[in-house]
Ligand binder design. Structure first.
Ligand code: SAM
Length: 200
């Protein structure tokens, strides 16, 4: 990853969402992106030029655009029409982004479009986030990494976030994953944790 004077950046063309530039690189703000927050907290996994990524919950492509600056290709899944319009604009300017309008709970919808990937990044605010992980696991290479950005309040708005994290880790491990770390994303994102997983 590229850090300039302690600031995480990505090496692409600017002007995607009004991000700052620093020495000709795009500043990747941990307050705008959970993946940047995970890197800021020391728990990120490096993105390399030969990697293919499946990104679930692409929204308007803020984080996708930075990931695309580092890797070979990003399959970006989003189901809401409004952010999809912005995502298509991101894909117009970044030829390695494949925008897919589909529901991440129904991977059969996009299975014909997506190759096996080195990493899945999931950021969808849904009640059954662990279930979505297990449904999308077939896309992950045997030695790939799955990063779940867990929004605990979407699982159970009243439960203690740490209890939701513990229950989610248990569900993922029962589904055949090893959870290497669960990193709380405060102070950047409240009641969120990033779970970094591989197959057992
Ligand atoms: N990851 C984005 C970023 O950092 O730029 C922000 C993602 S936003 C928190 C969550 C997005 O997930 C929303 O745009 C929402 O429409 C999308 N989403 C929620 N459930 C989904 C589903 N089942 N399938 C596809 N997208 C979904």
């Amino acid at each position: 990853m590229i850090w300039i004077d302690g600031v995480l950046v990505s090496p692409g063309e600017g002007g995607v969402y009004g991000e700052r530039m620093l020495k000709d690189h795009r500043v990747w703000d941990p307050r705008r992106s959970k993946l940047a927050a995970l890197f800021a907290k020391g728990g990120g996994r490096d993105l390399d030029p030969q990697m293919r990524i499946l990104y679930l919950g692409a929204a308007n492509g803020t984080t996708v655009s930075h990931v695309a600056d580092y890797v070979e290709s990003v399959y970006a899944v989003e189901f809401a029409p409004r952010p999809m319009q912005d995502l298509i604009e991101v894909a117009r300017r970044r030829k390695n982004v494949v925008p897919i309008m589909a529901d991440a709970t129904h991977p059969v919808e996009y299975a014909p479009l997506v190759e096996e990937v080195d990493m899945v990044i999931q950021d969808v605010a849904q009640p059954d986030q662990a279930g979505i992980v297990l449904a999308n696991l077939p896309f992950l290479k045997q030695d790939g990494v799955y990063i779940l950005m867990l929004k605990t309040r979407s699982v159970d708005v009243r439960a203690d976030p740490d209890a939701v994290i513990t229950a989610t880790v248990r569900n993922l491990e029962a589904g055949g994953l090893k959870v290497h770390a669960a990193t709380r994303l405060e102070p950047f994102h409240r009641d969120h944790a990033a779970l970094v997983c591989t197959r057992k």
